[in-house]
Design a protein around this ligand. Structure first.
Ligand code: HEM
Length: 418
């Protein structure tokens, strides 16, 4: 029997190539090699890159991979924060993950949806008098207000702009280079400080919050050792709620983009009860957002004859897996109906990670994400009418996260009185 050799990139290091093409590089190279995986160097470290549902299933096998030490420092100093659930393994992870999952009851998710709907109504009142409304920017503020109210995080009116900008910088500028990246790092420091003060206030009884509110749940959570999380780590975890909720603004901008680019879909919302759900799932599948996730090999093993040495960094391509032609018919087509009667496979459709929400690192915020997207979609199709002026709607695929170049501008906004 011949043992297959893992293809190895000729480039000494592929970091720059990945920055130029963060969504496409892994699947393109895999196609080039005719495999689901290859080895390269990223940030000078030997790394195995993988794509497709089969390698996704492998990636989420916790006997084989760990997260500790997998995320590069620049990601921890911006997007994730240090000491949060993303870098935990085994019992420590399962325990911390319970804290997030406990917040995700249908009633609580619906409540966040209602808070966001209220903010859409309030914010949109200003839009009638504006020449042009940059949807991406406006939605960041809508979601900041909604999630702070939901989480029990006080947000005085005079701080709204500033906190919105800081929370946005944590995800919108983390993947940048130069000054934008440094703004993300500064925002991490400012946000950690802001939220750890809130944790201290809750603990000291100076901020009295309902028992179920995320700020209270996280501030008073006890780890497996029976101790409360340090205020700094509790802050990182509370920011793990606030930041990604504001990041749903990216998917909402793509929702508006899809409503515009595929206008035939608009007709189907009323006619077909389940269509809204299918539509937002297709937006999550088709549009680029979180490109890939990282882990490290726990102990050496072989898979299909390929050797995975202990400690080797592994990157799983999320975007390419969502568009893998082996898993999806006509993957390049935007076609919401594909989600009718869909089997829910945990390794084929992985815009927010795969596997099991409780046991694996799969995103606990998926239901919040789809709920907020649905509220946005209903608002944009039923509550207001608007024009979409000439603008550059091409999606900038070299940016992290990718976005329409214009950030989706609308004008002549008025209530829908049909
Ligand atoms: C904006 C859309 C979102 C995207 C694209 C997204 C994407 C992801 C991805 C790719 C992961 C990592 C999966 C892995 O490592 O295997 C993740 C994890 C996580 N997400 Fe999300 N997410 C989003 C929204 C949310 C929301 C709304 C929340 C909370 C309210 C949230 C909270 C988290 C947390 C706490 C983790 C870490 C889970 C763990 O390590 O076990 N995310 N997300």
């Amino acid at each position: 029997m011949t043992v297959p050799r893992m293809p190895r990139d000729e480039d000494f290091d592929s970091t720059l190539a990945l920055l130029r093409d963060p969504y496409g590089l892994i699947s393109k190279r895999c196609r080039h090699y005719g495999t689901d995986l290859f080895e390269t160097r990223l940030l000078l470290r030997r790394t195995i890159c993988m794509t497709g549902p089969e390698t996704a299933e492998l990636f989420y096998d916790q006997e084989r991979f760990v997260r500790r030490g997998a995320a590069p420092g620049r990601v921890q100093k911006t997007l994730f924060g240090r000491g949060g659930v993303q870098g935990l393994d085994d019992e420590a992870h399962r325990h911390r993950k319970q804290m997030f999952m406990a917040l995700m009851t249908p009633e609580r998710i619906q409540h966040l949806g209602e808070l966001s709907a209220e903010q859409w109504r309030i914010q949109a009142r200003n839009w009638a008098s504006m020449d042009r409304v940059v949807l991406y920017d406006e939605v960041q503020e809508i979601l900041t207000r909604a999630v702070c109210a939901w989480a029990g995080v006080p947000l005085p009116e005079k701080e709204v702009r500033r906190r919105t900008a800081e929370l946005t910088a944590l995800f919108d500028s983390a993947g940048a280079t130069g000054p934008r990246h440094w703004w993300s790092r500064l925002s991490r420091k400012l946000s950690d400080k802001w939220v750890s003060d809130i944790v201290e206030q809750v603990r000291a009884g100076r901020l009295d919050l309902p028992e179920q509110s995320p700020a209270r749940v996280i501030s008073t959570w006890h780890g497996p050792d029976g101790q409360m999380l340090s205020p700094r780590i509790a802050a990182v975890e509370l920011l793990n709620i606030l930041r990604p909720t504001v990041a749903v603004s990216v998917f909402i901008t793509f929702t508006a983009h899809a409503l515009h680019q595929f206008p035939a879909c608009r007709q189907k919302f009323r006619a077909n009860d389940g269509y809204l759900e299918c539509f937002v799932q297709e937006v999550r599948r088709w549009y680029p957002f979180f490109p890939a996730v990282m882990a490290r090999v726990r102990r050496e093993f072989e898979w299909k004859g390929y050797r995975f040495p202990r400690g080797r960094r592994v990157v799983l391509d999320l975007y390419g897996t969502n568009r893998d032609p082996r898993a999806w018919d006509a993957p390049e087509e935007f076609w919401p109906e594909r989600f009718q009667g869909w089997d829910g496979s945990p390794f084929r459709f992985i815009p927010q990670g795969g596997g099991d929400h409780h046991r694996n690192h799969r995103c606990p915020g998926e239901w919040i994400t789809t709920e907020l997207m649905k509220v946005a979609c209903e608002f944009l199709t039923e509550q207001i009418v608007f024009d979409v002026p000439d603008q550059d709607l091409r999606i900038d695929m070299s940016r992290l996260p990718a976005l329409p170049k214009s950030r989706f501008v609308i004008s002549n906004v008025r209530p829908d009185e049909r």
